[in-house]
Design a protein around this ligand. Structure first.
Ligand code: ZN
Length: 216
């Protein structure tokens, strides 16, 4: 069985790095999902970049507005409006595909800090798929070494959803080499997410969901 790989790029769009990443992906005719920040979409330049991402055939998802406090730790009463709804209102202008949300947790750690009960209600009500990950090679702290870690993760799993960041010029210089290595190794690239990393699927709560929600 070929290894399946799903590429995701978080925290953009970025005026320099996102176009670079789009170029590299196009070189190999590969598609990815970009989890964008509302604060970037809220600028004319960022909005236009998100349109470019969509027009190149990639998927877009919501990754919060400010990316400051993980939702499970965000005690502001208006956190869902300020982070989720505000971003989705911008995304809805350009993205009519499936609604994706990816929480963030500082360093890619999985746990109950990722979601609040209020955010879960909102995601369910609006039929979102909540997209986690199973590979965080740390491109932000190791611009060269992430590639080895990512390849190891892919080798050890049948299906890998990898988190990269299209805001890191140094790390993304490795992207071409990374993709070439995977293609030579016979990996299959997919834009479908395995249900093992989607605790909410099209608005339906999955069994794993309580692991990622702060109930206090
Ligand atoms: Zn992020």
């Amino acid at each position: 069985m070929p290894k399946r790989v799903h590429l995701t790029f978080d925290n953009g769009p970025h005026p320099v790095v996102t176009p670079y990443v789009l170029d590299v992906l196009q070189r190999y005719d590969l598609h990815a999902t970009f989890f964008v920040l509302g604060k970037h979409l809220d600028t004319p330049e960022g909005f236009a970049l998100a349109e470019q991402i969509r027009d190149a055939g990639h998927q877009l998802g919501n990754h919060s507005y400010s990316h400051e406090i993980p939702l499970g730790e965000d005690t502001r009463p208006n956190a869902v409006d300020a982070e989720l709804q505000r971003t989705q209102t911008l995304l809805d202008k350009i993205w009519t595909g499936p609604r994706y949300f990816r929480p963030f947790g500082g360093g890619g750690h999985l746990g109950p800090h990722l979601l609040s009960t209020q955010s879960v209600s909102w995601l369910v009500e609006h039929q979102f798929t909540c997209v986690l990950w199973n590979s965080v090679p740390g491109d932000w702290k190791d611009p060269d070494g992430w590639l080895e870690k990512a390849l190891l993760d892919i080798e050890q799993q049948d299906e890998t959803v990898i988190v990269l960041h299209d805001i890191l010029p140094d790390a993304m210089r490795q992207l071409d080499t990374f993709l070439q290595t995977l293609l030579h190794g016979g990996c299959l690239f997919t834009t479908e997410f395995p249900t093992s990393i989607t605790p909410i699927l099209k608005g339906r709560r999955q069994l794993s969901l309580p692991n990622f929600v702060n109930l206090s």
